[in-house]
Design a protein around this ligand. Structure first.
Ligand code: ADP
Ligand code: ADP
Length: 230
């Protein structure tokens, strides 16, 4: 049974733009998925459907095999399981210290103090942000902010972790650091989905590539198969 599924999903923005056109896909755990597509292809719109920030105009989302109904309780549950690291880290860092930002998610999940602490430590270790824990996120470098944003999602231990163009605008040094983190994150229990323009990265890193064009999913296959067809 897929963890998440979209069935015949289309999405139209209020101004009439058809951003997703009849998308069907399944996500199972333990995968590394790269979402490729040009600007305007619908990548961000698709990602926002996976944590129910947007609801399909037509079609259906299934979460753990059940019809998703977009009730508040259901949305909260889904968002603990599906974490998004946005392109601009400033949109998701809001506390007065790095530590507070990373603990915010697990604390809201009602976990014990010990569990929250151990998750924060683990997330800081994986993202190399330990030395930043007392600092106000606002004053960090862009590469540091990015890692803190990753830690703040990681500490919730989502089954699906989504990155929206994680290396966009970063120089080779920071790009490399982020890619190292991405390589460590994929486990049997967790699927990593990365939206990217970087075809070389997708080919090397992913075990499944989704190709989006004008709101349509035109291919969904192993990298080898995808590039053979082009
Ligand atoms: P991508 O992430 O691949 O660049 P988007 O999902 O941002 O693509 O956009 C898909 C389409 O929806 C584009 O044509 C874009 O212009 C349009 N779009 C995105 N956001 C909005 C919005 N808030 N209102 C109207 N149209 C939008
Ligand atoms: P930290 O690892 O302390 O969280 P950074 O990742 O921002 O912080 O940088 C660590 C060190 O790496 C810096 O002190 C600097 O010497 C070096 N560094 C930072 N940015 C670059 C860069 N763009 N290219 C090469 N080296 C860099």
């Amino acid at each position: 049974q897929p963890f998440l599924e979209l069935k015949n999903v289309s999405y139209q923005y209020p101004d009439g733009t058809l951003a997703l056109n009849n998308i069907s896909l399944q996500i199972i755990t333990g995968k590394k998925i790269a979402l490729l597509g040009n600007n305007g292809a619908g990548k961000s719109t698709l990602l926002l459907h996976l944590n129910a920030v947007l609801a399909p105009t037509t079609g259906q989302l299934y979460y753990k095999g059940k019809d998703f109904t977009y009730k508040r309780k259901e949305k909260n549950k889904l968002r603990g399981d599906v974490g998004i690291v946005f392109q601009d880290p400033d949109t998701q860092l809001f506390s007065s210290s790095v530590y507070d930002d990373i603990q915010y998610g697990p604390r809201n999940m009602g976990l014990s103090k010990e569990e929250v602490e151990s998750r924060v430590l683990e997330a800081m270790e994986m993202t190399d942000t330990m030395s930043l824990k007392e600092k106000p996120p606002h004053f960090l470098s862009v590469g540091q902010k990015k890692r803190v944003a990753i830690a703040s999602v990681l500490s919730m231990k989502p089954a699906l972790m989504i990155f929206d163009e994680p290396t966009a605008g970063l120089d080779p040094y920071y790009t490399n650091r982020i890619l190292n983190i991405l390589n460590q994150l994929a486990t049997k229990e967790r699927t990593i989905l990365v939206s990217t323009h970087d075809v070389d990265f997708a080919y090397e890193w992913a075990d499944e590539i989704w190709l989006l064009s004008e709101g349509m999913l035109i291919a969904r296959n192993a990298p080898f198969e995808i590039f053979q067809d082009q």
